[in-house]
Design a protein around this ligand. Structure first.
Ligand code: FES
Length: 142
């Protein structure tokens, strides 16, 4: 079996939603201390719905494919659905990632959560801090 699924290769070579949203309602940036990769997610939110999402990822192919797939999965969804997106769901939607590349999908989950946290902070919306991992100390990236 090839190391990477066709879906991973497709999203890596033709990433969806690449770019910047200038007037974003929430921006999340996370980095993986170990590999040095950085992912930035921009959200445009109207009536609790993610009407647009863009990403910039400086990282490996799996990180780019994960960002692309994750943005596709939350576009048009409610902020609550986006909060519930797990790295596992992203990896499954990509028909799997090699075990040593699973952390790349974690970056996507965390970047989206960070962008939502930024949105909550900007709008004074209360939230449970436990729902947002502290990325620097997150076990996934060790
Ligand atoms: Fe760093 Fe994939 S190797 S995110």
């Amino acid at each position: 079996m090839a190391l990477y699924s066709e879906k991973v290769m497709d999203h890596f070579t033709h990433p969806r939603n690449v770019g910047v949203i200038e007037d974003a309602d929430g921006i999340g940036e996370v980095g993986n201390a170990k590999c040095g990769d950085i992912m930035k997610i921009y959200l445009k939110i109207e009536n609790d719905t993610i009407v647009d999402v863009k990403f910039e990822t400086f990282g490996c192919g799996s990180a780019i494919a994960s960002s692309s797939m994750a943005t596709e999965m939350i576009k048009g969804k409610s902020i609550h659905e986006a909060m519930a997106l797990t790295n596992k769901a992203v990896a499954e939607a990509l028909d799997g990632l090699p075990a040593h590349k699973l952390h790349c999908s974690v970056l996507a989950e965390e970047a989206i959560k960070n962008a939502l946290k930024d949105y909550y902070d900007r709008n004074g919306i209360p939230y449970d801090k436990k729902e947002f991992p502290d990325c620097e100390h997150c076990a996934h990236c060790q």
